[in-house]
Design a protein around this ligand. Structure first.
Ligand SMILES: [Zn+2]
Length: 350
């Protein structure tokens, strides 16, 4: 099992203690799902909108792109198409950009470069996520501001505090993740008085010397450059307590945003959600103790499948839970072979 978790993104030169392998693996799993949303949107052509046009208009359209295309749609009175395309393309671009930053942050963290890892979280958590929350909770308001007079209307860090709080609250309500509360989702990013706020670390990770009260540099030190081993361990601890939860939240917000214009593959969806839930259960147990969500473990043991190799009907074994969420594979207890869950579903025998 330990080897299995170490296998998550094995090309990294890993420095994190084995203790964090599980949290790191779960975080990467959520990142991969986030990145996959964008890949799926692109491969299914979901970023584009169908438009019925005459042959003459078709010829005009073929030579248009970018702003010219935008102006043309406006002239044709097709602002509905314009708005629909904006919604799709902005969502995908913001999710994709966040996933790039998060990938680099996770990699840096695993290599022990905690200052870099925290710096790289700032943009996706404070900006990309806030924008996705806005689109998630109040898409009309976002699009109105986006197509307004000037980009000033959607400069995220200039939005009034009340408005930002409302954006986060609305999005949280949309995701219905009842184990996450507003104080956590808000406090970590925006409330400097919260003990879990990341601003102190962000400030220290961005500047060599700082004087602000909470993040003042210790005399004879520069921020992070001479970080002691103990400090790096604290930073790892904090990183893995916060990041997997935020990635799960960001994943849910993003899915809520894109499912307004794409449909999930209903044959695969329940399994995708189960894999994700089990990853979360293992992570929650890591911090909260074994009894946490024991029920979900029992559900897993009840799962039966037909082996694609020997044809036997077998039950999932609890010892393969990590194999299941991290690789989407199950081991056949009859012939011992490991089978991809997606292959089983393709055979229609899950
Ligand atoms: Zn078998």
């Amino acid at each position: 099992m330990e080897e299995l978790l170490k296998d998550v993104h094995p090309k990294e030169s890993r420095k994190i203690p084995q203790y964090y392998d599980l949290a790191h693996g779960v975080a990467f799993k959520f990142h991969d799902e986030l990145a996959k949303i964008v890949v799926d949107l692109e491969s299914t052509g979901s970023l584009w909108v169908n438009l019925d046009v005459s042959d003459e208009q078709k010829l005009q359209l073929e030579s248009l792109e970018g702003e010219d295309l935008w102006s043309w749609l406006e002239e044709m009175g097709r602002t509905d198409v314009l708005i629909d395309m904006t919604y799709r393309q902005v969502s995908a671009a913001v999710i994709s950009d966040a996933a790039y930053f998060i990938f680099e942050s996770l990699s840096a963290c695993a290599r022990g470069k905690t200052a870099v890892a925290f710096s790289l979280l700032r943009k996706p958590l404070k900006e990309n996520l806030l924008l996705l929350e806005w689109i998630c909770g109040d898409p009309e308001d976002f699009l109105l501001n986006f197509h307004g007079e000037s980009a000033d209307d959607y400069i995220l860090n200039r939005l009034p505090l009340d408005k930002r709080r409302k954006i986060v609250k609305d999005a949280l309500a949309e995701t219905a993740l009842d184990f996450l509360d507003f104080d956590f989702i808000w406090g970590v990013r925006f409330d400097k008085s919260s003990p879990r706020n990341l601003e102190t670390l962000w400030t220290k990770a961005t500047h060599l010397v700082t004087s602000a009260k909470a993040s003042a540099t210790e005399p004879g030190n520069l921020n992070f450059v001479f970080s002691s081993e103990a400090a790096i361990h604290d930073q790892w601890e904090y990183y893995y307590q916060v990041v997997p939860l935020f990635l799960l939240y960001m994943l849910n917000v993003s899915e809520r945003v894109v499912e307004r214009f794409i449909g999930w593959d209903q044959r695969l969806r329940p399994t995708q959600l189960l894999v994700r839930q089990l990853a979360f259960v293992r992570y929650a147990e890591f911090y909260q103790g074994r009894d946490y969500l024991e029920e979900m473990r029992s559900d897993f043991k009840e799962l039966e499948f037909t082996c694609t190799s020997c044809g036997e009907t077998v039950k999932c074994s609890e010892s393969d839970l990590d194999l299941f969420w991290s690789k989407a594979e199950i081991r056949c207890t009859s012939c011992g072979i490991k089978i991809s869950v997606w292959d089983i579903l393709a055979h229609g025998s899950g």
